[in-house]
Design a protein around this ligand. Structure first.
Ligand code: FAD
Length: 379
């Protein structure tokens, strides 16, 4: 695919920022499990939030491919910061931009686009992961207020000190045998709403992940997003776009791991020559380069479809599945090429190896992506 000058400029400027501002901090933030407000705000200052949101609401009105290239470049250096940006845009902002009313958009989007604030996307519950229709959190409408009870788990960006609130899927009623799902906005600090940061993750340790608890939490009737009963449509179509960003994280992680392995293989000498001159190692590197290139082509094609208003949901699922699995394979081979050093925390590849693991699970596991693709094939 031929990229425009604008796409290339975005890649160069995000790459420069990631090398300069993120790389020197990534290992330490990961070790300390520290979500950096300062770094998040800096990413906001260079325009990494609200890239696809129109200028009217404080965004930049760029195409989806521009945003995906930016996420790819962040993930090439660090999964945690890429996660903050990808979740901030795809999950925190997109539902408000595409389904919020004018009041919601004006109230939240300019602040979210500045990157000085974040929003969470609360779908997953302890008993409802892949099966989002298993949602148990309820909301009852009475006297112009929704009363929410229940909990959510694993919600990215939901409990940082710059989080404004989350959008959450709730069961708002029952129609015959079926649950009626709706989406509500809940602001942090609302009585009856508690957020609890989750620690000790294996990966993305410098990103913010939270549990949400609702205990007789009341929000105004107009905090309903879209129409009552449109919950699944809003959440699932948000995930269609979110999959492109997870694909970009897989691609960037694979690219970064590949580069680390390539550079290491040119420096590490065994049996009197750099290990990249051993055919077994060079063939590994050739396969890694091939997979990264294939992943990039698949993902960019899915973005092109979306940017040209063509159906893209199957290709988004394929991209998420393939890019995340390529990240796993490439990171694994990259550790192998590093030998024992690849298992030491001093070496960045160790972090890449851990960070890639979430990508086959978050926003729909690899199995669920296969289910989605199979459905499009009519199976
Ligand atoms: C760090 C992190 C950040 C996250 N951020 C968010 C967020 O911002 N918002 C949010 O809502 N969620 C978030 N999640 C949740 C994530 O999307 C879920 O973990 C994921 O959807 C899987 O759900 P589960 O963990 O409950 O696994 P389960 O659904 O219990 O699945 C367990 C296993 O069973 C398999 N399985 C289940 N059903 C089927 C089936 N029908 N066919 C074949 N295999 C099946 C799965 O593929 C998986 O291998 C996050 C998770 C993590 C770890």
């Amino acid at each position: 695919m031929i990229l425009t000058n604008e796409h290339n400029l975005i890649r160069e400027s995000v790459r420069d920022f990631a090398e300069r501002e993120i790389k020197p901090l990534a290992k330490e933030l990961d070790a300390k499990q520290e979500f950096s407000v300062e770094l998040t705000k800096k990413m906001g200052e260079i325009g990494l939030f609200g890239m696809i949101v129109s200028q009217e609401y404080g965004g930049q009105g760029l195409d989806y491919l521009s945003y995906i290239i930016a996420v790819e470049e962040l993930a090439r250096i660090d999964g945690s910061q890429a996660a903050t940006v990808a979740a901030g845009n795809s999950l925190g902002m997109n539902p408000i931009y595409y389904f919020g009313n004018e009041e919601h958009k004006k109230k939240y989007l300019p602040r979210l686009c500045s990157g000085q604030y974040l929003f969470g996307f609360g779908l997953t519950e302890p008993q409802a992961g892949s099966d989002s229709r298993g949602t148990k959190t309820t909301a009852k409408l009475e006297n112009g207020e929704w009363t929410i009870n229940g909990s959510k788990i694993f919600i990215t960006n939901a409990s940082s000190e710059i989080t404004l609130g989350s959008i959450v899927q709730v069961v708002s009623g029952v129609k015959g045998q079926d649950k009626e799902f709706s989406v509500l906005i809940v602001e942090n600090g609302t009585p009856g709403f508690t957020v609890k940061t989750m620690h000790d993750k294996m990966m993305w340790r410098a990103s913010n992940t939270a549990e949400l608890y609702f205990d007789e939490c009341k929000v105004p009737e107009n905090y309903l997003m879209g129409k009552r009963g449109e919950g699944s449509k809003i959440m699932l179509s948000t995930l269609d776009c979110g999959r492109l960003a997870i694909g970009a994280m897989g691609l960037g992680c694979a690219q970064g791991a590949f580069e680390l392995a390539l550079n290491y293989s040119k420096e590490r000498v065994q049996f009197g020559k750099p290990i990249c001159k051993q055919q077994a190692v060079s063939f590994k590197l050739a396969d890694m380069a091939l997979k990264v290139e294939l992943a990039r082509n698949l993902l960019y094609k899915a973005c092109w479809l979306r940017d040209n208003n063509k159906p893209f949901a199957m290709e988004a699922a394929m991209s998420k599945l393939y890019c995340s699995e390529v990240a796993k394979e490439v990171a694994d081979e990259a550790v192998q090429i590093h030998g024992g050093y690849g298992l030491m925390k001093d070496y960045d590849i160790e972090r890449f190896y851990r960070d890639q693991r979430l990508l086959q699970i978050g926003e729909g596991t690899s199995e669920i992506q296969r289910l989605v693709i199979a459905r499009y094939l009519g199976c």
